[in-house]
Structure formats: C-alpha cells, structure tokens
Design a protein around this ligand. Structure first.
Ligand code: AMP
Ligand code: ZN
Length: 459
C-alpha cells in the first residue's frame, strides 16, 4: 500500500491509480535558459524516487517531462521578459541554440545523478498547435478575454480557482495589491502573449488572436493531457509552482475538459543555502552540478545528501554537508566491497521494512537509517549484499558498480611529499606535485587542509 502526500488535500493518501496496475506521472521540467542548479536537481531526484517507488510497487509507470523553451517570463505573473530571449541576449546566441545547449546539459546532469530517463520528453515549441487548440476550447467556454498584450484567462469565471494553494479569491480581489494593468482580476493569467509591436521576437507563431507565443502554464496542460490523457494520476514540481503555475494548469485544464485534471499533486520543498535563502538561477547562491564535479565530488554524493532530508522539508546546502555525504557514501562503498563477491538472498525482514518506509510518502531519511542497519546487522554477508542491491533499485547509488582500485605506491609517495610541501607553505612545489599526480591519472582532494584523499580519476 503506497501512501503519498497530496497537496490538493493537504494530507497523505493511499495511491489509487486510475487504471489498475498503471501510473501516469507528469513532472514540470526545466526552463532551459541557464544551467539547472542543485535546487532544481533536488526536485528531479524527488520525482525519480517517486517513479522508482511506483515501479517497485509494480505499477507500469509512464513518466512525462517537459522542456520549457518558450513563454516562461521573468515574473511568474506574466510580466517581464521571456527567460529564453533574455538568456540568448546574455550569451549572444540564438534562442534555439540556448535552448538546445541547456537541454543537453540538463539531460547529462540527470544521468550523472542516476535519475531515470523520462519515457517521454516534450518541448513547448514542438506543441504550439496543441496549445492553440486548448485556448480555442477555453474560448468556446467563454472564459478568455483580450488585452493589448495578450489573451487572458478570466479566473473569476470559475468557482474553485486557487483550490490547490488554498487561496481565497475574494481576499485577493479585495486586497488588489497586485498590479492589474488591463487584467480584470489579479489572478488572471496569460494564455497567449502578443509579440511587441515594434520588435520581432526570435520565437513567435501565428494564432487566431495574433502573432505571439504561448503562456508558460498552457504548455504543461497541453502536453500532459496529450501524453497522459485529460485525467491522469500524479503531477509533480517544486513548491513554488503551487500558487501560480499549477493553480493555473488546473484552472485551464478543468475548464476546458469539464473534468478533474490530476488526482495527486506532489511538491518538493526548496534547497536553501546557508542564510542566503533559496537557491535560484539568478543570484550568487547558484551552484551547478558541474561545479561540484570540478571540486572532485562524486555527483551521487549529492543524491545521497538529498536522501537525508525528507522531500517535503527544506534542505540546507553547505559544502560541509556535501563532504560528509561523500565520506559516508565512500564508507558504504567500502563496506559493500568488503562483503565479498557472492550475492545471496534478499533478507525478507529488511525488505519488508524497506517497503513500509518507502511506501510511507517516500521516507528516504529512514530508508538511509535502515540501510546502515543492514550493514551493521549479523545476517550473512552474501545476503547483506543482495539486500543492499535490492534497496539500490530505488536508491540508485550504484552499489553494483563498486570496485576498488589500489593506489600505486608512487602516487602515495607523491601525495606525502605534497602534504609536506603544503605544511611548509611551499605552494609552488605543492601545485607541481598535484599536477604530477593528476598526469598519472589520480586526483587529490583538498577538502580538509591537512588531510588528503586519493582516488582514481573519474573518466
Ligand atoms: P525552472 O527550471 O526554473 O523552471 O525550475 C525547475 C524546477 O526546480 C521546478 O520544479 C522548480 O519548482 C524547482 N526549483 C526551483 N528552485 C528550487 C530550489 N531552490 N530548490 C528546489 N527546487 C527548486
Ligand atoms: Zn509545468
């Protein structure tokens, strides 16, 4: 019995699929105008655990993820510039080049983090017709209107707008602190934006209402319904999507079809950094996967770090925490290696506990504690090994690839010399020795000032 927290009802609920034995999952994908940061990636690690858990429970799962390559404006409230056009200006490339570049990087990143590849990738710019068709359906329902800059959805025309976020429309209307411009209600949102009159956008399309581009929320409704049907099981994203993006997806999808859109809405909490607040694509606290790899971390140590905090709790990022995660993971690899070559039977008792925890709204912190218990237990080594590999179907920490490479004596000697040079503050010699070691295919991590770690170089 799998229980998941449904934001729509603010409680844990038993997962009941629409079609017996099957599950349809849609995850809001990245906006590809910049690198994904570790916060974004946390949200996809959470979605990966969900999908792996559904599959572990034998649900035939179809996972769909979009690529937002148009329409996401710098303010979620339909104002500001298109993030993609802004990215293109910044890098002096075309919008299409920017989108392709960051899409490719994103796909590599999720592979490095062992995030399963979605069954379907869909790009907003490949689905313009579907988005126009959806606006046409809404037009027939009489819920749209035109302003000088676009076509808007009139949120006062529907009864339950804001139900996902528990928003009170009356109060928002009364407060009216939000700048309305030509909008009829503060919560109204753009379905289609017109291209500026005096400027040609790189991405723009014809539509029955004028040349322009689709609003960001529209793409996720159009593509999720295309690939998963008008009513599907689970939709995921980060918590910032609750009040605007997902609220608007529900409004437009349910108004167009006249039926319930999604049964379970799941949201991952933010990654925050020290006291600087949420990790965001703009701003100084922007850490990307490439940076941690450059600092010689195994990307899976970030995956491990994410497991230590439940997906519905904020996770504080710090380099110290990442170092501990990496050390803890290396310890586990070492223990696993020492279990020998033979793979025995999965321990049923531990497996049952594992299933209970994972099925309790993906309780990864307790799963990690259980993993330690397996290692420390007195079951046979070969059965420990089988049990860890069984857990790893969801953990995805690559225990099946653990191997030990002995570090040759010549490398150890160079490292000792380098440590001595550092103690004597002979930085030139220390740097030279580091280069020598690297040339021989090994790397040194300066994680602690007076210690060093040696391991084989990745790639
Ligand atoms: P974006 O590429 O900006 O569209 O965001 C991709 C995903 O990352 C969305 O699901 C966001 O909700 C999520 N997200 C954004 N910032 C953070 C953060 N600091 N921590 C966790 N998830 C985040
Ligand atoms: Zn979305």
């Amino acid at each position: 019995m799998l229980k998941i927290y449904n934001t729509l009802h603010r409680k844990k609920e038993i997962f009941k699929p629409i079609k017996k034995g099957k599950a349809g999952v849609y995850t809001c994908g990245p906006t590809v105008y910049n690198y994904a940061h570790l916060g974004n990636l946390r949200t996809y690690i959470f979605a990966d655990i969900l999908v792996r858990t559904l599959r572990y429970n034998k649900y035939k799962t179809k996972w769909v993820m979009n690529i937002t390559d148009v329409g996401h404006l710098t303010s979620d409230a339909d104002e500001g510039e298109d993030k993609l056009e802004k990215g293109a200006l910044r890098e002096k490339k075309s919008v299409w080049e920017i989108a392709q570049f960051y899409t490719d990087v994103f796909k590599k990143d999720i592979k490095l983090l062992n995030i399963a590849s979605p069954d379907i990738w869909c790009k907003a710019t490949d689905h313009i017709q579907e988005q126009i068709d959806l606006i046409k359906r809404l037009e027939k329902k009489g819920v749209i209107y035109k302003t000088s800059d676009g076509i808007y959805f009139n949120t006062s025309k529907i009864k339950d707008y804001g139900k996902l976020a528990g928003m009170d429309l009356e109060n928002i209307q009364a407060g009216k602190r939000v700048c309305l411009r030509e909008k009829k209600n503060p919560t109204d949102f753009a379905l289609w934006k017109f291209s500026p009159k005096n400027k040609k956008r790189q991405m723009e399309w014809n539509s029955p209402w004028g040349i322009g581009f689709p609003g960001w929320h529209l793409e996720c409704s159009a593509m999720s319904m295309k690939y998963l049907g008008e009513h599907f099981d689970i939709h995921t994203g980060g918590i910032d999507h609750i009040p605007v993006h997902h609220t608007n997806e529900i409004a437009q999808s349910e108004t167009a079809t006249g039926k319930k859109f999604v049964n379970y809405w799941m949201h991952g909490e933010f990654l925050v950094i020290d006291k600087k607040g949420k990790m965001a694509k703009s701003g100084e606290n922007f850490i990307i996967l490439k940076k941690i790899i450059k600092k010689r971390f195994n990307p899976l140590s970030y995956r491990y770090l994410c497991f230590l905090t439940h997906y519905r709790k904020q996770l504080q990022f710090s380099w110290e925490a990442l170092i501990s995660a990496q050390n803890a993971l290396n310890n586990l690899y070492e223990k696993f290696f020492n279990l020998g070559k033979k793979i025995g039977k999965v321990d049923k008792n531990f497996q049952e506990k594992f299933i209970t925890l994972i099925n309790d709204d993906l309780n990864m912190p307790l799963v990690m504690a259980l993993l330690q218990k397996v290692f420390n237990s007195n079951i046979k080594d070969e059965n420990k090994k089988a049990t860890v590999l069984e857990f790893d179907k969801i953990l995805g920490l690559n225990f099946n690839k653990v191997e030990r490479k002995t570090v040759p004596k010549i490398i150890i000697d160079l490292a000792e010399k380098r440590l001595k040079a550092r103690k004597e503050k002979n930085w030139n010699l220390s740097d030279k020795l580091r280069d020598d070691i690297e040339k021989k295919g090994y790397i040194i991590e300066d994680i602690f000032q007076d210690k060093y770690i040696i391991k084989p170089k990745i790639n």
